[in-house]
Write a protein that binds this ligand. Sequence first.
Ligand SMILES: Cc1ncc(COP(=O)(O)O)c(C=O)c1O
Length: 654
Amino acid sequence: SFTSLTGDERPSGVALVETAGGVCSPAPSGALQCDVLRPLRLPAILVGDPKLGGISTTIASLETLAARGYDVVAIVMSGSACGNVDAVEQYASEFNQVGGGEDARGIPTFALPPVPERRIVGDVVGHGREIYEWLDDGRDVFDALLTHATSWHRERVRKMRTAPDEALRTLWWPFTQHDATPRENVTVIDSRCGEDFGVYSPDSNAIELRFDGAASWWTQGASKAEQTRLVRAASAAAGRYGHVMFPENVHAPALDAASELLKGAGRDWATRVFYSDNGSTAMEVAVKMAIRTYFVRKGFIPSPEKASDAADFLPQVRVLALDGSYHGDTLGTMDMQAPSVFTGPLQTPWYKPRGIFLRPPTLQMREGRWGVIQPERGPLPGGGGLAAVTTHGAREREEGWATREEAFDHETRDETPLAKAYRAVVDAALDEAEADAKENGAPPVAALVMECVLHGAGGMDLIDPTFQRATIQACRARGLPVVLDEVFAGIWRLGAEGAWELLGEKPDVSCYAKLFTGGLTPLAATATTEEVFDAFRGPTKQNALLHGHSYTAYPIGCAVAAEAQRMYRDPLINDNLVEMGGGDARAASGPLRVGGGPLRVGGPGPPRLRLRELWDEHAARAISALPCVKGVTVIGCVLAIELEDSVGGGGGGG
Ligand SMILES: Cc1ncc(COP(=O)(O)O)c(C=O)c1O
């Protein structure tokens, strides 16, 4: 009922929730009151402090509330000889809040008469009759405050009610057919609270919590309590740096986030971190890096110094990629993807698939057991004659596995006929490409590019890890750099910090975004080995990596990324962590931490951590046995349920 919003047409009332002490005074649990009350999204009336030092206390409280996303509707202060009211009023009159709009700039300050001194009344300290006189004297101010608060509230409701119309008029949503989006389908998000959105419901005229089942495009990783930790990192970096350009510059957040990535997802393979803004650009730069590495490895560029001289003679190249992988929507990333409705001529006639696309076998739990699902044969959809290479016909143990772990038991599975069949398919595809390059001048394959372990946007398909291992090994054997796209799968989403760990194969280049910043700021990283970095060294700028973005390595994003990575990895904060051997990561948190600082890097180091299974396996098994369910995929934070399609053929346009 605290969140119920009363509109004009209903009888109105006012409820005041008075906190004890200041906004940062602890609640009984020890958490700060401003954190405990935050999910309710109650508008705040800040009672200022008229005493000596009170300007600072009041302004600090205002900043604290604003940093947590509160709407501060008004400040009310009793007068004093210290001049606090004037100072606070001046500060608050310029205070800008989220979504306030031009008219709502500034917070009004209401000045009450000075509160009478407390004195001894009978045998207690308190106020006598004069407090009633003070209330009387302040009546006009209280009335004005109530009028202001009521009209503020009406305005809040009005804005939420009209937001869908304004959105339909002025915004352009991604992946959305506006003509097929009726007004009532537009969700008005008032705030986020851990795993939920606070959504305005016009029916109940209230803010309701709705579970964010897609973790906001898989970016979210912080609990309601830990969100504040990331906000703090962001505001400290914003306050200190704002934005600063990056080439030949360095700042602490850039070093901090890189160091966390190299000791986390990049541990044991990566030595360099290149920053960009989002997953798509991280992938574009990854492919640029991989192609140069290929040229150097194959001797097209005899030495990095010669890179610019040789540029005219370098061939066009292709990549080996997977049908169903998604790497983004920029023109470059589209070319790494197999044809689909997202790359069709209606989207852009510039699309030019630059891949040999393997159609991968997947794993799914069906009727309680895990098994390999071989892909369909046939040309790629919308494909311009492009055929997908499939592993169809390769046979797996018919009985499948009781647990997913068995399907990820690489030692055993690598020896099976299926693994050998996978390798043969990949080798045959690469042989054919090599022959095509030699005989017909077709672009040679220069790199392997694939999403790691799970096709996220492509439908939550868990790719058979034995197939991905075979593909990586085949490419490595031919000197092709391996680019993994861990934008979705990396940084714990599938239970391991680096998704490559689940494959037991290290990449040459890998991309991280989404969870990298805990869902707070957009930032991506392309991590590489030293060999890849070396491919761009040389005496001139021409053969350097001439790629960057205005906001490359912006300090706010880096500060959040550093904090998010530490937060996930700290067993004292993240109680879902377990040690690889099944031990309790909390119990081990003593030796894992060095001087209270982050985990040790290099050498034998601390044991690698995993997330405990977050979904109830028995429930997932039972769901997979339901007649309306075709199969279930469950790994790390992901639970995907594929329903039987009785109508037939959903299609990419659905
Ligand atoms: C695997 C993968 N790669 C790349 C991207 C593109 O990332 P962004 O949307 O940040 O450009 C996505 C986005 O969903 C993704 O899932």
